[in-house]
Design a binder for this molecule. Structure first.
Ligand code: HEM
Length: 181
């Protein structure tokens, strides 16, 4: 996993829970390198699992909620590298184009990144169904990244998913405001 995900996790923990808790989390995770990561380095996924598990234990937050909040923070942080590719766009266009974005822009910065894929299954103006394939069990993180994108683009949605055999199927629906109902 790219070091960028680790450095982003540290900024997430610090912003949400404070510097002292972040120190406890790094200590609790018992990392071989003591928590030193560079964004372009590549590190074992097990170290991220140890960090997230330590944060879950230190805060009493459930794992899915922790991953989702971290995912939203990832989008908010990472979008600042490419604002022109996201700002003013429609959320469904962004999500439908994320493989292309990962494989071009992200690949240029991180050639050995293990990037997930999102394949559009069906799409209409209110509902988008995509299959998420990743070598890592990070569907709840993906929910958070999508939620972060939705917030950034000012496009409220409801997100659900179910685990299939080869992919996790996401259903994203535009949320209707009560006023419009
Ligand atoms: C709507 C927008 C986006 C979605 C839905 C998305 C989704 C994801 C998800 C779910 C992962 C977790 C890894 C996995 O499943 O294996 C991931 C990884 C990653 N994404 Fe994205 N992403 C988005 C935007 C971005 C942006 C703006 C960047 C800019 C830097 C980015 C760069 C990366 C990198 C570097 C990884 C880590 C790969 C690795 O560890 O090897 N993504 N993305």
């Amino acid at each position: 996993m790219k070091g960028l995900v680790f450095t982003t996790f540290f900024s997430f923990c610090e912003a949400r829970y404070g510097a002292d808790l972040l120190e406890d989390v790094i200590e609790g995770a018992n990392l071989p390198n003591g928590g030193a990561y560079t964004s372009v380095g590549t590190y074992p996924f097990e170290e991220m699992v140890a960090l997230i598990t330590a944060a879950v234990q230190a805060t009493g937050t459930a794992m899915p909620a922790m991953l989702e909040a971290f995912g939203a923070h990832c989008f908010a942080t990472w979008v600042t590298k490419f604002p022109h590719l996201f700002d003013g766009k429609d959320l469904f266009d962004v999500l439908a184009g994320i493989d292309g974005f990962h494989e071009t822009e992200v690949r240029k910065l991180y050639p050995d990144a293990e990037l997930p894929s999102f394949k559009v299954i069906t799409r209409d103006s209110d509902r988008l169904v995509v299959d998420y394939v990743s070598c890592k069990p990070l569907a709840d993180l993906a929910v958070g990244v999508i939620r972060g994108a939705a917030e950034h683009l000012g496009s409220p949605v409801e997100i659900g998913y179910r685990q299939g055999t080869d992919a996790v199927r996401f259903e994203i629906r535009r949320a209707r405001s009560l006023m419009a109902a």
